[in-house]
Design a protein around this ligand. Structure first.
Ligand code: GUN
Ligand code: FE
Length: 424
């Protein structure tokens, strides 16, 4: 059968947050781009399939990055001394305005796409900029990486500088419609996603138009929510009749009611907002490194897990400087400890397995059956080589995985497959 094969190695995955399933020297069978099963000994029926033996290496599901900004990759790690609104105005908007120039966009997006390709990420939800040609170029480049990604042309028509602001809501809608028509169904790996930047940058009229586009084209939505105290106060001024920030999306159907939606950050979501996210199935993109860098605050990831919200991890490049979801897992554990210590002692820290779950199956759920090795899941897998992280003892596989999560990066990614295709 097409794209059917077996890989052998130490197989690690989390069907549930509480535990990492490990099969040492196990066999992962992929049939027709999907996982057929994980076995301690290879069943006879699969003996004829091609087998790749990865020896002493670890095999994990491909990782999902639920939130990142491709045009911000070039300035990641620079200018990390401000909080959100000042950072957007000082660094982010001037940098994003450069993507009006396709030559600059090509140079910058090639670097980004190459790094994403060699990361452990197999699925991603990506913000571009408001520029249609550069967004299409990004989609072309990401298509070649074989990462399965939703990419959004950004909508923004108010409270932003002249050099990075759409002329009006009608122009924004027209450009978005043209972009959707040109990109929907045009790629194997890439799909468009509606991307109102955040309520401060989108007029009511623009939100309404995006809501109508969603109904017409049935596209998912990504945006930002309750990230920073100043931002939230601004939304309160702009939308005095909204009970909470999430309502400013929900009243246009952009909060999960009419299709899947990802909301990044949710650092300060109150009970009513959390209840609506639960009801609407909104995905929280938890971006711990960004929340730290931009001094946004500490998102209550434990509360969201216990409440059973859909949740995954995001790098939020360039709020976060690392493109690695392994790093996001480590940061999620660390930030949850600070929440427990400083904010609410009834919220115990996330365990490594819970964080691993968020970076694999938790975020993967946005893309369908992704991020696990249970039967029927997409054959997205990453082979990790930890030989560069020597240890004086013979550690068990779980400890080795824990060390790669905390100490590893893309240099430890030995091989990667997406839906049964080997990328490298
Ligand atoms: N809110 C609106 N735009 C942005 C952005 O580019 N990054 C982050 N972290 N938050 C935002
Ligand atoms: Fe963001």
């Amino acid at each position: 059968m097409e794209k059917s094969f077996v890989v052998r190695g130490h197989i690690c995955y989390s069907p549930v947050p509480e535990k990492i399933e490990i099969v040492e020297n196990g066999y992962l069978v992929c049939e027709d781009q999907r996982v057929a099963g994980v076995f301690e000994t290879l069943p006879e029926q699969y003996a004829a399939l091609p087998l790749t033996d990865y020896g002493d290496r670890l095999i994990i599901p491909g990782l999902s990055d639920l939130h990142l900004h491709a045009p911000q990759y070039a300035f990641r790690s620079l200018g990390m001394d401000m909080e959100l609104m000042e950072w957007l105005n000082t660094h982010t908007f001037p940098e994003e305005s450069k993507y009006a120039d396709l030559d600059y966009a090509a140079r910058a997006y090639e670097i980004f796409a190459n790094d994403l390709k060699h990361s452990a990420t197999t699925r991603a939800a990506v913000f571009a900029t408001l520029h249609v040609p550069a967004t299409k170029l990004l989609m072309d480049l990401l298509e070649q990486t074989q990462v399965k990604a939703f990419v959004g042309k950004v909508n923004m028509d108010r409270n932003c500088p002249d050099f990075l602001c759409e002329k009006d809501s009608a122009t924004s809608e027209m450009d978005t419609r043209r972009w959707i028509e040109e990109t929907m169904g045009a790629y194997k790996n890439i799909q468009p996603i509606l991307t109102p930047r955040f309520t401060p940058a989108c007029s009511d009229d623009l939100m309404e138009r995006i809501g109508r586009l969603q109904k017409e084209y049935h596209l998912p939505v990504q945006s930002h929510l309750s990230e920073n105290p100043g931002e939230i106060a601004f939304v309160g001024e702009l939308c005095p009749d909204a009970g909470f920030y999430g309502e400013t999306y929900d009243r246009y159907g952009l909060f999960g009611a009419n299709g899947p939606s990802i909301m990044a950050h949710c650092v300060y979501s109150g009970d009513a907002e959390v209840e609506l996210m639960k009801k609407r199935g909104v995905f929280v993109a938890h971006c711990p490194q960004s929340n730290l860098n931009l001094a946004s605050g500490i998102a209550p990831a434990r509360k969201y897990m216990d409440r059973g919200l859909n949740m995954g991890l995001g790098t939020d490049i360039a709020g976060g400087y690392s493109l690695s979801i392994l790093r996001a897992m480590a940061d999620a554990v660390g930030m949850s400890k600070m929440y427990w210590r400083l904010v609410d002692e009834s919220c115990r820290p996330l365990s490594v397995s819970e964080s691993f779950y968020l970076g694999t199956k938790g975020g993967g759920a946005f893309f369908g059956k992704c991020g696990s090795f249970e039967e029927g899941y997409a054959a997205d897998l990453v082979v990790l080589d930890d030989a560069s992280l020597p240890h004086p003892q013979a550690l068990d596989v779980e400890k080795r995985l824990e060390r790669v999560i905390f100490l590893g990066d893309e240099r430890n990614v030995f091989a990667k497959y997406v839906e049964g295709d080997r990328v490298f």
